[in-house]
Design a binder for this molecule. Structure first.
Ligand code: MTE
Ligand code: MO
Length: 173
């Protein structure tokens, strides 16, 4: 039988520039990776402070939302500002490592909802979510408050959590 080695060698040499080019193109294509191969370590979960004094220091906004068939006119702060005030997220644009984190919101009655950081980030999803403490000109009572969420652009008010108890930012497993 003829020795196949010289033929194999000739084939490898003939194709090596193409193989090298394909490899280089892969390394340079910015679309191949959505995130860095090595993620920086981010603590998880990060518990967000709902301390009244800290919330009182944030910019206040008026916010209206339809809940069932009632229009609620409330006042409060943005959830993204609350997250920043607790150092749960960095200032400015959220890097890719933050886009796989989620915000878990728990209520005293056991109700729980989630938001992704990406949907809340003003530079990405820009979903408006508020933490409010007054509606209809009055402080919220124990049935609804003292803090609740309002998500005016959600079709149904299911994430407008009443009886806010805890907020944690979690790295998705
Ligand atoms: N803590 C808590 N928040 C909650 C709920 C709940 O069961 N518990 N239900 C949600 C749903 S499904 C809706 S439609 C609205 C109802 O808000 P309302 O009670 O102010 O009408 O609250 C949301 N927030
Ligand atoms: Mo609901």
């Amino acid at each position: 039988m003829q020795n196949p080695f010289p033929h194999l060698l000739a084939t490898l040499i003939a194709f090596s520039p193409a193989i090298a080019m394909a490899h280089d193109a892969g390394a340079q294509d910015p679309h191949l990776r959505a995130s860095q191969p090595e993620r920086p370590a981010i603590a998880s979960p990060v518990t967000v402070s709902l301390d009244a004094q800290r919330i009182a220091g944030l910019t206040r906004h008026g916010v209206s939302a339809r809940v069932h068939n009632t229009e609620l006119n409330c006042e409060g702060v943005t959830l993204i500002d609350v997250l920043r005030a607790s150092d749960a997220i960095p200032e400015g644009r959220l890097g890719s490592a933050h886009l796989s984190r989620y915000v878990q919101v728990d209520a005293r009655d056991g109700y729980r909802v989630l938001f992704s950081l990406a949907e809340l980030d003003p530079g990405t999803g820009n979903r408006a979510v508020y933490v409010v403490d007054r509606c209809g000109g009055e402080a919220l009572d124990e049935k609804d408050g003292p803090l609740r969420l309002l998500v005016p652009d959600d079709v149904r008010a299911a994430r407008s959590v009443r009886q806010l108890d805890a907020i944690n930012v979690v790295v998705a497993p």
